[in-house]
Design a protein around this ligand. Structure first.
Ligand SMILES: [Zn+2]
Length: 345
C-alpha cells in the first residue's frame, strides 16, 4: 500500500503535472521559498497552513469532493474527536473525495482527505480513527517541511534566486518551483519514507487510543489490506508495498504498539455497526460500473452464502462479501449486526 496515498494514475485520477504546477504556485504564494536569515527553515507553521489552504481547492478539483453531506459530517466529527487528543497547533479539516482508490493523505497545515474507496474498505470507527491519526501525525510532526528542509537546506542561496526569479515569471524559476512542489507531491502520494511512516503509525495509534478507540483494529486493517494488495497485485495506501519486507516490519511494530496501548487501559471502542450505517448508498468502485454499497442488517438464520444469493444474486459472491466485511468466509453472523453489500445502482 502506498502509505498515506497512492498515485491515482488510472481514470479519474488527477493530472500530476497540473497538480505540481498548482502546488508550486501555492508554495510561492505561501512564501515557501526560503528568505534571507531563515537558514535551514524552509517554511514555518504559518507557511504549512498557507500551502494547505492554497492547494486544497486544487485537490478537490482533481479528486472531486464526494457529494454526501451526512457522510462528510460524520467523518469530520470523528476526525475532530481524534484531533482533540493530538495536542495539535493546527486546525484540521477532513474531506471525503470521490475516488475509488484506497487512499488517504494530508496536506501540510491540517487538510486531510479520505477517498470513498478507503471508506468502503474500512469496517469500523476504530479503523477510521487509526487512519485519521496517521494522517494527523504527518501534519503535526511537519514531515513535509522537515523533508523539504533536508532536501533543499544546502541550496538555499540558489533557491533564493529561484524565488526572486519566480516572482518575475522566468522559465528557470518555474523549473525550480516544480522541483520543490514535486517533492511535496511525492510525499503526499508516495509516503514520507520509512522513519516518518513508522512514526505516523505509532503516534496515530496513540491518538486513536486516546480518543477511546481500540488500536488493534487498525492493525487488523493493515493485515487485511496487505492480503488484498497481494491478491490484486497492486499497492494502494502510503508507500506500503505489500510484498516489501518493510511492510511486514511495519505491521509488526503497529501490533506491538497496539498491545502496549491496550495494556495502558482505557476505552476500546470499535463501533462497527455505527460506522457501516454511514456507508449506505456510498458509490463503490469505478464510477462507470455504477455500483454502490448497501448496508444490510443481519437476520436470524442468515449466512454469508444466503445473503450473497438473496441480496447480490450469486451465492459465490460470499467470498467477496466476507473480504469486504473483514470476515472469514465461514464466519457466523450475529443477528442485528450490519454488513456492507455491493449492489448495482
Ligand atoms: Zn503516512
Amino acid at each position: 500500500m502506498q502509505w498515506c496515498a497512492t498515485c491515482a494514475t488510472g481514470s479519474g485520477g488527477w493530472s500530476r503535472r497540473q497538480f505540481l504546477l498548482a502546488l508550486g504556485q501555492a508554495s510561492l504564494a505561501a512564501g515557501l521559498l526560503p528568505r534571507a536569515g531563515q537558514a535551514y527553515t524552509i517554511m514555518d507553521e504559518a507557511g504549512d497552513v498557507k500551502i494547505g489552504r492554497e492547494a486544497d481547492p486544487e485537490i478537490l478539483k482533481r479528486f472531486g469532493y464526494y457529494d454526501g453531506p451526512d457522510l462528510q459530517n460524520y467523518i469530520a466529527q470523528i476526525g475532530q474527536r481524534v484531533a482533540a487528543t493530538s495536542d495539535t497547533r493546527f486546525s484540521f479539516q477532513f474531506k471525503v473525495v470521490d475516488q475509488a482508490a484506497i487512499n488517504a493523505m494530508a496536506l501540510p497545515g491540517g487538510f486531510i482527505y479520505l477517498t470513498r474507496g478507503m471508506l468502503a474498505e474500512l469496517n469500523d470507527e476504530a479503523q477510521l480513527a487509526g487512519i485519521l491519526g496517521h494522517e494527523m501525525t504527518h501534519v503535526n510532526s511537519r514531515h513535509a517541511a522537515k523533508l523539504l528542509t533536508k532536501a533543499f537546506g544546502a541550496q538555499l542561496a540558489t533557491l533564493l534566486g529561484v524565488g526572486a526569479a519566480a516572482a518575475s515569471g522566468s522559465g528557470a524559476a518555474a523549473t525550480g518551483l516544480v522541483m520543490i512542489s514535486s517533492h511535496v507531491t511525492n510525499y503526499m502520494l508516495l509516503g514520507y519514507g520509512r522513519d516518518y511512516e513508522l512514526e505516523a503509525d505509532e503516534v496515530g495509534l496513540r491518538y486513536a487510543h486516546r480518543a477511546g478507540y481500540d488500536p488493534r483494529r487498525m492493525v487488523t486493517f493493515l493485515r487485511a489490506l496487505r492480503r488484498t494488495e497481494i491478491l490484486r497485485g497492486q499497492s494502494t495506501y502510503h508507500g506500503f508495498e505489500a510484498t516489501h519486507p518493510d511492510t511486514a516490519l511495519r505491521i509488526a511494530k503497529a501490533d506491538t504498539m497496539a498491545t502496549l496501548l491496550v495494556a495502558e487501559g482505557g476505552a476500546l471502542e470499535v463501533k462497527a455497526d455505527n460506522y457501516k450505517a454511514h456507508l449506505d448508498r456510498l458509490r463503490y468502485g469505478e464510477a462507470k460500473n455504477q455500483q454502490r454499497l448497501r448496508v444490510y442488517t443481519v437476520k436470524a438464520g442468515d449466512t454469508l452464502g444466503s445473503i450473497a444469493r438473496d441480496e447480490m444474486g450469486d451465492e459465490g459472491r460470499r467470498f467477496e462479501l466476507a473480504t469486504l466485511n473483514g470476515l472469514r468466509d465461514d464466519a457466523a453472523l450475529t443477528p442485528g449486526s450490519r454488513l456492507k453489500l455491493i449492489v448495482k445502482q
